[in-house]
Every structure is written in C-alpha cells, then in structure tokens.
Design a protein around this ligand. Structure first.
Ligand code: MLC
Length: 419
C-alpha cells in the first residue's frame, strides 16, 4: 500500500430528532466533535480539508466555507473546502472526493460533514421545499429531437417520482406490490436492533400495505422517514497517522469508487427506459477499481429511500439478476421471519448483511445525510464494533448513495485492510 493511502479513521453522529431542534450547521458541528473526540490527540486544527453536504432546512451559499468559518477552521493557510451537491449520493461522493484529496493532493486530514433538520420544518414547508427540487421553469426547456416527455409530477413530488419507477418495474419485470412492501418490513426488523433508529418495532407487510397511500403504489411507511440529525467522517493519510504516533492500520481503507448520473426526475411510466439508471455503472467502476467482485463483499450499505431504490440496488450491485430484486427481497424476508420464529439465537444479518441499521425507511432520513449512516454502519462492521448487528468476519463493505430520483449514484468499496 502506498504511504499516501487514505483511511476512514473516525466517524461521528448525533442522535436523531434532538430537542430543541438544532440548526443543520449545529448538527454538523456536534457530529464533527463526536468524530474528532473518537481519535486521541486529533482536533479541529488538524483538519486540512473540509467537505460539506448542503441542507434543505437552512441552506447556505458555499456550505463548506460557511461551516469552516463558523467553527473557526478559516481563516487559515492550507485549508481546502468544497461543497458537494449530488443529493442523497452526497456523502458517498464526498467520501470518494476526500479519499482523492488525501491520496492524490497530499492533504493530511479531510472531514466530511452533513446535517439537516427536515423533521423540524412543518409539513407544509417541508413539502413546498421538497416539491421545488423538481420544479421546471418552462422558459428553460429546450426541445431536443426524440426527447422524452418530462411530464410534471404531482405532490408529494419525490414519492411520486419513485412511484413511477416502481410501476415501471412492476410492468417490465413483474415486481409485485407485496415485494415492495417487504422492503419496508425487512428494514424495520433491522432498525429494531439499532439503539439510534427511529423505528423500534418491526412492522409487517400487512401493516405497510394498510398504511395511508402517498402515491399509487407507495404508502407512508415506504417513504424515507423524515428526521433531524448530523453525521461526520474523518479521512486521513497514513503519513499523518504515523506522524501522530497513531496506529497506521486505524479504521478502514477506501479501496475503490465510482459515480454516474441520470436525469433529475423520470419521465412518465411509459417513457422510462434503463438509460435513466446509473447505479450499475457506478458499482462496476467501484468493483473494477477495488479489483473485487460481489462475492468479496461482506456488508452492503444500500440506499433505500423508497422500496424500489433498494430493489434496483440489490440488482445493480450483483446480489441477484436483473429484474429479480423483488423476488430476492421476498425470499430473504420470508427466510428471516421463519428463522426468527424457530431459532432464538438467529440474527437477521446472517442471511441479510444489508443495512443492518435499518436504512432510510426505518432508521431515519435527514434529507441528504442518510448515506452517511450507510458509511458509518460499514465502518462499524469492518472495525468489528457493530455489537448485536455484527456481520461475522466482515472484511469488505460496499456503500451506495442515490441522489434526487435516481439522478446520481455514488458507490464506494471499503476494506479493513487485513485480507
Ligand atoms: C413517515 N412516518 C413514518 C415513516 N414515514 N413512520 C414510520 N416509517 C416511515 N418510513 C410517520 C411520521 O413519523 C409521522 O408520524 C407520520 O408518518 C406522518 O409523516 P410526516 O412526514 O410527518 O407527514 P407529512 O408531513 O404529512 O408528510 C408525509 C410524506 C413525507 C410521506 C409526504 O413524510 C415525505 O415526503 N416523505 C418522504 C421524504 C423524502 O422524500 N425524502 C427524500 C427521499 S429521496 P409522527 O408520529 O412522527 O407525527 C432521497 C434522495 C435525495 O433520499 O437526493 O434526497
């Protein structure tokens, strides 16, 4: 390994929905303090790079520069800041960017921060802002030959956008309504094992199907669960660790990554084609760079803002064949229910080493923060600190962040560096 290899050495997060509701910036600060506090002798003054993910509740011009100024990181020489806006893919895109800043540009310690307080917004204001993300100004529309009709989405725009893709997958590949609901039920089982998760009690497919509908094939229990929270990552060079007398094998290594983009929102159901999806491409790049395949991955942190996102993700990363994601989830869910009922020592991660924290639908989703939780859970799995959720002998993890409505995919592969 080169001396400039980048390691994810520390992570930090706030509890979800703290009261009184802090600002997104305060949530980022608290998470960064927690991450720095986990590494002896390392403090704010050691940070030479800062990447921030913008919030919806209180966005700022040049978020990273704003944050660095507020916490006193700037003014200073040799500090580089950047804001990354690839929606929910932001944390994984930021992790890859931090890795390059360390490995290629020679920075010593790069922090990634994200925080949002969308539960703290009242419902009407949240919906107004969320709906505005896909608003198209007619004056901006350029007619391109053979272009798809970008039919506007009804409110709530984001659930309806994902719903279009769910309907496409039902028509194209025979995905069923219960298979979609099984994702939410499965995630609630996983979340019930995590002390920070908002969902404490597992729900059934029946509960999910009987919950209030927010779009034709999406109920409220299948939506990313609106929440307030912050999270932070610290990526360091091995040179920095050596200089500080820290274990050069601290944390985990970023061994590969990939990114790809799709349109901001999908066309009508009949106009959707496979061209709009980008997770396969991002995953392929990441596997190639890491020189591993799906069988080498022990833990998966897969974005799941709505069931269709996880169903397409298990296909895209190669856990099952194309169009078979619904069946894959259904079988795993049935197996887990059977084993839980018959074996008191059974742990769900033995058959489903995916989103052991519960994902967006059950753990909680502070807008663009939640892929941070995929990364943090991967960190705990690879450092053998996931407690009751621990996947046995976890050596490599794949984390996936999705932005917009399948508009950006970022995939990173992490390793414990000991294989
Ligand atoms: C909501 N509730 C849930 C839940 N989702 N409970 C369990 N599991 C879930 N997954 C509960 C809430 O806690 C609340 O109960 C009640 O349902 C109503 O939710 P709400 O959000 O307070 O209500 P409302 O304002 O009416 O809005 C409902 C909604 C909204 C479905 C329209 O929640 C919504 O738009 N959710 C999706 C959020 C979203 O789009 N995130 C981005 C995903 S895309 P109580 O008891 O707490 O009041 C993405 C990519 C990207 O991630 O780039 O961002």
């Amino acid at each position: 390994m080169s001396r400039n290899a980048a390691r994810l050495i520390g992570v930090g997060m706030t509890r979800l929905n703290p009261k009184p509701v802090p600002s997104p910036s305060r949530l980022m600060q608290q998470a960064l303090d927690a991450a720095l506090g986990s590494i002896p002798g390392v403090g704010l003054k050691d940070i030479s790079g800062l990447i921030a993910i913008p919030s919806l509740a209180k966005p700022h011009f040049m978020e990273a520069h704003y944050f660095a100024t507020q916490v006193g990181l700037l003014p200073a020489k040799h500090v580089q800041c950047r804001t990354i806006d690839t929606g929910g893919a932001g944390p994984v895109a930021a992790l890859l960017s931090a890795q390059r800043m360390v490995a290629e540009q020679g920075l010593d310690l790069v922090a990634v921060v994200a925080g949002d307080a969308v539960k703290g917004l009242d419902s009407a204001e949240f919906l107004r802002r969320a709906d505005a993300t896909c608003e198209v100004d007619e004056g901006d529309v350029v007619k391109v030959e053979n272009s798809k009709t970008m039919e506007p989405l009804p409110s709530p725009v984001i659930p309806n956008g994902y719903d279009r893709v769910a309907q496409y997958q039902m028509q194209q590949y025979g995905l069923t309504r219960s298979q979609l609901a099984a994702v939410s039920a499965l995630m609630s089982i996983m979340a019930s094992k995590h002390p920070y998760a908002l969902t404490r009690t597992p729900r059934t497919v029946k509960d999910v199907l009987e919950a209030q509908l927010v779009a034709p094939v999406t109920s409220v229990l299948e939506c990313a669960r609106r929440a307030d929270g912050g999270a932070a990552l610290l990526v360091a060079s091995t040179r920095f660790l050596e200089r500080r007398g820290l274990d050069p094998g601290l944390g985990v290594v970023v061994v590969g990554g990939g990114e790809a983009s799709g349109p901001l929102y999908p066309p009508s159901v009949g106009g959707i084609t496979e061209d709009m999806f980008s997770c396969e491409e991002a995953a392929e790049q990441a596997y190639r760079e890491a020189q591993v395949g799906v069988r080498d991955i022990d833990f998966f942190g897969l974005y799941d803002c709505f069931p269709i996102c996880l169903i397409r993700a298990v296909e895209a990363v190669g856990l099952c064949g194309k169009g078979k994601g619904g069946l894959y989830i259904e079988h795993k869910y049935q197996e887990i229910l059977f084993r839980l009922a018959n074996d008191p020592n059974f742990k769900p991660q033995e058959v489903f080493p995916i989103n052991t924290h519960g994902g967006l639908q059950a753990f909680g989703a502070p807008w663009e923060v939640p892929a941070m939780y995929n990364i943090i859970e991967a960190f705990h799995q690879l450092t053998n600190t996931a407690g009751d959720r621990q996947v046995a002998n976890a050596r490599r993890a794949l984390v996936y962040g999705n932005g917009g409505i399948f508009s950006h995919s970022a995939v990173a592969i992490l390793g414990n560096g000991r294989y």
